[in-house]
Structure formats: C-alpha cells, structure tokens
Design a protein around this ligand. Sequence first.
Ligand SMILES: [Fe+2]
Length: 484
Amino acid sequence: MSTTTRPGTPAAAPADRARQRLRELAFTSAEEMPEGAELPVVGELPAWLRGQLLRNGPGRWDFGGTAVHHWFDGMSLLHSFEVDAGRVTYRNRFVESKAYTAFRDTGKLKYSEFASDPCRTRFQRIQSMFQPQVTDNPAINAFKFGEHYMALSETPMAYEFDPSTLETLGVLYENPDMFATAHPHESPEGHMLNLAGKFGPRSTQTFFSMDPATLEAKRIGGVRRQRPTYQHSFGMTDRWLILTEFPFSVNPVDILRTGRPFIENFKWQPEAGTRIVLIDRRTGERGGEWEAEPGFCFHHVNAWEEGDDVVLDLCRFDDPSIVENLALAQLRAGADYPEDGNAYLHRYRLRPGAPRAQETRLSDAPIELPRINYRRHNGRAYRYVYGVGSGADVPFDRLVKIDAMWGAVREWREPDALVGEPVFVATPGGAAEDDGVLLSLVLDGRAERSMLLVLDAADLSELARATISRAVPPGFHGNFVRAK
Ligand SMILES: [Fe+2]
C-alpha cells in the first residue's frame, strides 16, 4: 500500500501516519508460522493459567494479485497460545479448506464468500444457480466440542483440526441446513445448540442441537419467513432460545438471480421493525413474539428469565452500515470510521402479553466482540461484559468492561494499539463474577508486533504480555481450553 503524498496535499500528521501503519499491519496477508515458538513474557502470568487459547479469523485476503473485497472474506488463520508454568508458546496455521487451497494454488477466488464472488462467465453464472459454490472457509470461531477441535463460520460445515499442530483434519460435520451461525451455545447437557438457515421459496431459520458423541443434528424448532434476516448469533435462557430478527433481510431468489455476493443481496428495511421470537429449547414450541425498534446486531451478550419476563442483552448498531464499513479497501486505506458506526450494550425486556419489547441502552461506551463469564452466567443474570471498544473515529482501540447493572466502564488502552476480542478465563474456585483474567490478541502498532495481552478482569490492569516476533492479523473469536 502506498502512502505517497500527492503534490499540493498536506503531509499526514504523525497520528494519522501511525494509524495508517496500524491498518497496514492488521490487514496485510499473513505468512503462516506453524512451528511453535516460545514468546518472551513481560510481567507475570497467573500460575493457575494452564491451557490453550485458540483463536480464528481472516489471515489472508490476497493470492496472485487477486484480493477478496471484505475483511470477513479472508482465509481462516488459526492461532494457538499454549500457556503453562508462566510460559507461552505460539503458532498459527491456515485451515486447508477447499476455498483456501483453490485460492492459494490458482490465485483466483473459486467459491462465493460473504461479500466476494468469483468472476464468472455468463454460462458459469447460470450453472452456479443450480450448484452454488458456497465457501467452506471457516474463518470466524474456534472451539473444543466434545473431543473435537473445530473451526467454523457461516458455512455449511465445520472443519476439524489437530490442536497440537493446528493441521487441518477434514470436515467434522455438515449443518442440517445451509447456513449456521459461528456462535453456538452449549446446553446444560453438553450439547451444541445452534441456528441454521435454509434459503429458498420457503425459507426457514431453525434451531438444532448436536450431541458431541454422535455429531447427529436434531431439529428443535424455528420460524418460516418469506424474507429471512441475517443471523450471526442468538440468545438462550434455561427455557428459551431467542431469535432476534433485525430488518436486514433478503429475498432468497436474489442470491441466485443477481450474481452478487451473498451479503449484498440483503436489504435494510427499517420500516419492517425488529421481531424477537422465543422458541422452547426442549419442545420447539413458540413462546411469543415481540416487536422492537429497527437496528442491527452481530453479537448477543446474554439472556435470562425474571419470573415470566425474559431479559436479553446484545450489542446493537443503529443500522447495518457496519457491514460496508468493514470492506477491505476501506480498512486498508485507513478510511475514517463513522462516529455513529458503533454498537452499544442494549437491553430488551420481553413481557408476556405486551406486543413490544422494552428497550434500554445500558451504556454510552461502544462495545463489540462481547464476552462474559460464560460458564457461570450464560442464561442467568450477570453483571459484567468485556469487549473491544472504539474511540470517536478509531475502531477497536481499547478493551472495555461494562457493569451492566450500574453502567460503570473500565478501559485498557495504549497508543496505536488494535485490540482483539477479550476471552474471559475464571480463576479456579474464584468467588466473584469477575475473578479471572482476560486474554486478548493485541497488535502493538509502535513495536509493529502482536502480543497476547493478559489483564486482570476485575480492574483491567495488565498482568503480562507475551510478544510475537511480528504483527499478525487480529482475527475474530476464540476460546480457552483448560489443561487437564
Ligand atoms: Fe461473531
């Protein structure tokens, strides 16, 4: 990327140059580092912190001069931080999906991604209407599921990998329907709960559960819609699965007819409002529907029951313009991020018999990529949410903790840092909800290197940082697997 100044234009201020450099580092295609390297650690890691932080996200957007169009469309790069006795070993490796190997070997995009499509001849376009080449690039999340380690995205399948080498083992399972979210929940029985979409003349959004032993999917229940909405995550309480339908919807015929990438067929229709639907986790029966103000969300935070009411928290944008704001060219060019382009912690109260949800913004601090003390508080009342925050026009420049009860906000920030999702790991036997650490993959723009940052979750003070020898793309989501 060139930063040459044109004659007659003022030279960029140092702060702008630093921000531009940070963007270059964050969105440059990475070379993989499959050999584990021990990282120098500054500070002290808690002695109880033993296990593996697995992360996933786009790591390569270009091959042979061809680039995808969107941050989300980069090829899945898995990261592993093995933590033991205060030491950290890091490696990363690309998932060898068909989409990745075809892109790598030919320098051409062969599969339809979220916001990028291969160039096709008219004949190929007609052919693809009958045999859509949907991507298998699993670039959003990484989990341990039963005895399996898997990478997944909103693709028709999940990939399994070897946690010690990050080598790709193959497709682990196929979804019951074409698209499923990359944010499944875990039921108290240890089953995976997820939401799958089938698009066609009779489109459906259906919750399903999967037994980790058999990998068999069982349908629970859902809705049928003429214009299905974009779904990235969902909420759950002990009894209910929660489908939040923001008015960013698609006529499925358009996906086949227009030849445009998947997400570009979705339309913002605020006049349709938002609909929140409860589905009984055990019976699949519908428990009610509520209307709400239009908006958009990627990530639900938590939900629980209070008597007959259901309370739902999520990170809400005013509209879906975030999808365009994360186009690769815009990010790489260091374009200003719109001030109103952030998500905020938003609460919905669903009362039986009321047609509309009660809505409240809980904090004026922007927050995205939210995490909670999941083991103890998912599906139950909670107090603390951790996430990435944003400055006036700089996205993801700080880590934040919001007290959802009182609205207090704590921050960790450093000049020229680009932060990743903070994963909460509880102190074994800890009494308080926030007794634990946050693990975040942070790009230090001044050092031009990435690091594993370890914060005390109570006050966001820094405990340690383990620095990688180079900058790596920050990615989206991950999880910590405790050592046995
Ligand atoms: Fe996500």
